[in-house]
Design a protein around this ligand. Sequence first.
Ligand code: NAD
Length: 256
Amino acid sequence: MLKGKTALVTGSTSGIGLGIARALARQGANIVVNGFGDVDGPKAQIEALGAKTAYHGADMSRPAEIADMMKFAAATFGQVDILVNNAGIQHVASVEEFPLDRWDAIIAINLSSAFHTTRLAIPAMRAANWGRIINVASAHGLVASPQKSAYVASKHGLVGFTKSVALETATTGVTCNAICPGWVLTPLVQKQIDDRAKREGISVEQAKRELLGEKEPSLQFTTPDELGELAVFFCSDAAKNVRGVAWTMDGGWTAQ
Ligand code: NAD
């Protein structure tokens, strides 16, 4: 379905971004991989599905590096047809104790980076009259939890940004939508589980059960592959009039 198209997925060396990159690769898209940590492993996983890949290590908190990555993607594959703004970080602390540098980093990586990639991707998408922008927000883009003021603010901001871009492109073949996962068992969440187990003196398994029980009625984690299939749907022709939504895959979290 996506043969000849190019997808740039920020933060695709791990977790949800890697799941989305794999799903788009299965549909035939070329993938521009971005993110920190091991690169060869994730790249090999995506290439094993028959996709061409290229890697750019831009730090999503640095607008100049983001601009360089967008140029690199266009130079390598012609243009970016599918942009997935996925890179994100978390920090858990009360608002009065929130470290200033963590606030700034969360807003920069989770929210402002999507502005920088999107503004640079849209001109070529408009010219081709086809494009898909998918922002990985969160259930925390729709509802809040304590101790996560920066994350919740960034994800609510990303949902709002999604709606504005969707309206600006509404009469074109470019769509912009957000995905709002509940709990997904990735390194970002594993850290919260480990911290909880330590804090409460309970096993990691018990901490996992408590985390799910608190928020997610299904008591199940969503998987990166399931989120990947939702991204594939957004890229399909059938989704051409899906615009500006914040689509949950959260086990009922935000239905409560
Ligand atoms: P993860 O930690 O497994 O992956 C995060 C990715 O972002 C990694 O590839 C990492 O290298 C990259 N990254 C981090 N900082 C970066 C930076 N400055 N520049 C470039 N890349 C950077 O986390 P994940 O759970 O897969 O999270 C992916 C997205 O999904 C995030 O936006 C997160 O907020 C969102 N999300 C996660 C969950 C969950 O339960 N895991 C739920 C809802 C939303």
